[in-house]
Design a protein around this ligand. Sequence first.
Ligand code: ADP
Length: 811
Amino acid sequence: MATDHTDIGQSRDVYPLLPLRGLLVYPSMVLHFDVGRPRSVRALEEAMVEDNVIVLASQEDGQIDEPRTSDLYRVGTLARVKQMLKLPNGTIRVLVEGLSRAEILAFVTEDEFFSVRVHIHHELDEVQVTPELQAMMRSVSQQFEQYVKLSRKLDQETYASVVDIDHPGRFADAVASHLPLKVREKQDILESFSIHERLERLLQILSDEREVLELERKIHQRVRKQMEKTQKEYYLREQMKAIQRELGDKEGRTAEIEELREKLAKKKLPAAVYDKVDKEISRLERIPTASAEGTVARTYIDWVLALPWTEKARTQADIARAERILNEEHFGLEKVKERILEFIAVQALTEKQSGPIICLAGPPGVGKTSLARSIAKSLKRPFVRVSLGGVRDDAEIRGHRRTYIGAMPGRIIQGMRQAEVVNPVFLLDEIDKMASDFRGDPAAAMLEILDPEQNGTFSDHYIEIPYDLSNVLFVTTANNVYQIPAPLRDRMEVIQLSGYTELEKLHIARDHLLPRQRERHALKGDKMRLGDDVLMELIRHYTREAGVRQLDRTIATVCRKVARMIAAGESKRVVVTSAILQSFLGPHRYEYGEIEETDQVGVVAGLAWTELGGDMLTVEVSVIPGSGKVVLTGHLGDVMKESAQTALSYVRSRAKALHIPVDFHEKVDLHIHVPEGAIPKDGPSAGITMATAIASALTNCKVRRDVAMTGEITLRGRVLPIGGLKEKSLAAHRAGIRTIVIPKGNVKDLEDVPSVVREQVEFRPVSHMDEVLAIALVDNPLEAPANGLDHNAWLADLSESGSYGGGEAHQ
Ligand code: ADP
């Protein structure tokens, strides 16, 4: 570094002055700056005239363009202009080198340019470095090193170049020149003529600066940590997305979440539901993809989104149309259709379910489901069906809480999802088959569902959000209305369907079942011919039911076989004859008319009502010599057993009139049997049948085989009314019975009996058992001793033959 300033100053002490703005030049520093102000340019020119030496003094306020003497600091730097370069914009770039500190004593000129008289503070090249100075220098250099490390503005090289300087004064100046100080502070150092003082100031400044830097660093770190965390998460997420994209993993959670949000945005939901789903989606977002919890959350969201919340079918109730649909789809059932049309009319007026719930009751296959479906069709509402048969757990109706693995909503909500609208026709099938046990009472849940007051906020354990069922039109079905829990039954309006006569079945088969099966088996047109006579054979000999389900299945079997023949190329057209029918279905499964072939002793045709419709029920009694035991066989229920005892008591009380030994009960055993044990038999209506069979067996009088009977008996032989007359008479008619003995109290029910049955069957109302015997037995034992029996002959006869009754024993 050139230090030839020692010779300066001796020659003169007035120099031109160049005011600096925001800048300060220390001795032995070389730097360049641009000069543009006219007075500064003049000062430069002046310096050029002499020896290129000039005084550089800083302005206290860098903003001032035209500084006056008072605006300048009184200590500046004597410097040599080493280079000048005129720039195209008229300014001059100068390179200067600081020489010494110069204290301004006076301003010589001020107008054109400043010139000043100065006192130059020479600094000796060789300064005696005292241990104290040495220590200070070391301190400064240490502090400076720290500072350089903390500061990102200075590099290690700068540090190295500075600490190399041995001269303590210049060392201090060099350090000061590298620090980002305000002009005021830099000036302070410039004004410190004593090296000692200068180093001390520097130490002070450095330690302050370091503290600030330290603080800055801490703040910076804290901010960065925060930033890093969010940034890291963002990065990771982006990375995950990229990985998923690379793997073609469309099922990835991100895609999944996006898809769910899209769905949520599209779906119209009540605010509460929206919030819940929104929350669940956010939760799902945070669950790792592989976790089971994710599946649970996802399934739940899917469920809620799949349910109809606001979607509504535009219903239309046009009574004429409804009537047409009902008639098109169902044969007969006039009264039922009438009731249904009234019901539809009310629905049309109210929109919401009001009044009682319809319950279509009757044996299987009589068209309950299909009627409900027609109701939906006439109202233009979607139809859903849920079977309640065998439901014994509350949770099947209301769902399981989500905490259970594999939890699902209950059947009601499942049905609603299937319906896709909030106002479907909802069939609750077999409501009488719900059971209740320790797991809860599904009937109670059902009560809530069917109650218009409560079902606006139906709560499913799984869905959790209350669900509005008030727009749903519920229809129920049952086989046996008496098995529906009473509080539920109270809410229902029962429409009873009883079963069909043969002729009705023929119509249904010809007009509904057969065309449908033809279509299903692609047997339209003349590919298959199935005449009425063959259909009738089918009905009589291959089915035995109240409804038409078995019939429908059997027709399907026939169609299948025909289709197979055609497909195999055996023939183009099949005319199903009786022989073909038998080759398809085997020999007749049921004999038409199950009535006995001959009149027999101790065998009486009774009639039973079961959930599957009416049925024939034969009662057999045989009398064996013994000690008065009564044996009952054939799976009889308690009520039926009691009724057997009553029947027996009646016969005992009438022993005299019947011309049988009064003490017969001490001498014989009675065996009462009701065959075909598959159907559990109970109820009091076989009372008169059993009494007749006992009387017949004891009197050895034959029973007319074409007479069937039903009625409850009292101890005194009165005949009390029974239920299910229509079904029973249909069964009797099916079986070929020509006379039915009925209690007088049931005469009013005869109007329900189809007219074909009434035409072909004679109904004989009775009020006392004696009348029954008169009708049923070939010879009335009440009038004359049967076969001329007297007490002893009776017993002798009995012991001889082994037994009476039971049909075959005694002729
Ligand atoms: P349920 O529900 O009473 O057990 P379905 O409604 O399932 O009986 O009826 C069984 C089949 O019989 C259905 O295919 C139905 O269309 C038909 N069916 C029943 N009754 C009639 C009828 N009166 N007219 C036409 N088809 C009928």
